[in-house]
Design a protein around this ligand. Structure first.
Ligand SMILES: *Cc1c(COP(=O)(O)O)cnc(C)c1O
Length: 378
């Protein structure tokens, strides 16, 4: 028997979440962002659930090759563009679109010999100061690109730093208004398609604003995490978890008052109680920082972790499940995040909050040793 831990990828949830995003931006084309191996879900595992996308966006040529190998002939965008001149060869060969965010990338293109002119997305640095040309330098970069025989079409791109931030109320657009105005001003009379929204921007502002949404780049929401948690939850947005991390109880301990649990003895029992030891630890990608009280589902019933997370194990309280009439003992199912086989769910965002991080980090960090089971589309 393998260790009982498993990550289950729900293709139907990916398909559902993509459909939810479509309803928010019915007039846009959606690029599904599958960087970081589809946010830890596995590109090959996620593909069937996302094949109704209009394009895919990712970082590495290697990942692009894997999407092509799955039979995808549509658009693929390299979000950081090329890293060296050789990548341009592969862009020509695989028909990849690429972001252009710095002068060095324009230099490489200018020196590139190709019979296949490229489609590029010229990136504006609208204040995040990560990638892109500042407004003052943007139009010069556009003119240079536009004059290159290696370039067939230039599109316009920007990324919000604060689309998940709430101001006065849910309809407050201050977090996106300034960069958006900057983008509109610098691109206003230039011909080409626009691509600016991430999940948070498209869910929160997509419909009312109609802010140049030829293309949107949907990432985290596709995987069932709310980009603006805790203001809104995945349930509020009607998103379903695309990944469930499940394991089982491999030992049961009966505690008496005063008994302690785990490394550092951080938990001390106040009354008699039973705990279950779960085959899941930080070497599986479960955050060690999660202290006593992090939510879990035991036999489908909401419960909590107890004591410190070890490398290969953690402990959970069996009392809530027992109080609900479940057996809650050796072999019982424990859900660390996602859906239980009893139909209940635990949002990855809740667990992430206990780890002082975001759902993105947890889903990307599931360790290679965790076996993955794909729940395929019916
Ligand atoms: C990762 C990424 C996205 C997707 O962001 P989410 O918050 O996951 O929706 C969009 N655009 C760019 C440039 C990205 O790097």
């Amino acid at each position: 028997m393998p260790r009982p831990i498993q990550a289950i990828i729900h293709q139907s949830a990916l398909r559902h979440n993509l459909a939810v995003m479509r309803r928010h931006v019915p007039d846009s084309r959606i690029m599904s962002v599958v960087k970081a191996n589809a946010y830890g879900h596995g590109i090959e595992n996620a593909y069937a659930g996302l094949r109704a996308s209009d394009g895919f966006a990712l970082l590495e040529v290697d990942e692009a090759q894997r999407v092509r190998a799955l039979g995808w002939r549509g658009p693929i965008l390299l979000l950081e563009g090329v890293f060296d001149a050789r990548d341009l060869e592969l862009c020509s060969r695989l028909g990849l679109w690429h972001t252009v965010h710095c002068d060095e990338q324009i230099d490489m293109l200018a020196a590139h010999k190709t019979h296949v002119p490229h489609r590029v997305f010229l990136k504006l640095n609208a204040g995040m100061n990560r990638l892109g040309f500042t407004p003052a330098r943007y139009r010069a970069a556009w003119s240079r690109l536009n004059a290159l025989p290696q370039v067939e079409e230039v599109s316009f791109m920007m990324h919000f730093s604060d689309a998940d931030r709430y101001g006065m109320d849910a309809s407050d657009t201050t977090a996106v208004a300034t960069p958006l105005a900057m983008f509109q001003q610098v691109t206003q009379d230039l011909p080409g398609e626009r691509c600016i929204c991430n999940s948070a921007a498209l869910l929160r502002f997509g419909q009312p604003q109609q802010m140049g949404l030829d293309w949107v780049r949907a990432g985290i929401a596709l995987y069932g995490s709310a980009p603006d948690y805790p203001h809104r939850t995945a349930t509020d947005w009607n998103l379903q978890p695309a990944m469930s991390l499940r394991s089982r109880i491999i030992a049961v301990q009966q505690l008496q008052p005063g008994d302690t649990v785990g490394y550092g003895s951080t938990f001390v029992a106040e009354r008699p109680m039973r705990l279950g030891v779960v085959a899941c630890g930080y070497a599986d990608g479960y955050p060690r920082i999660c202290g006593t009280g992090t939510p879990v589902l035991v036999d489908g019933v909401a419960s909590r972790t107890i004591g410190r997370v070890s490398m290969d194990m953690l402990a959970v309280d069996l009392e809530p499940a027992r109080a609900a009439g479940r057996a809650a003992g050796y072999g019982s199912e424990v859900v660390l995040w996602g859906r239980s086989s009893h139909g209940t769910s635990l949002s990855i965002d809740t667990v992430a909050a206990h780890a002082q991080t975001v759902g993105y980090e947890l889903m990307c960090a599931v360790a290679a040793r965790v076996p993955v089971l794909v729940e395929e589309l019916a």
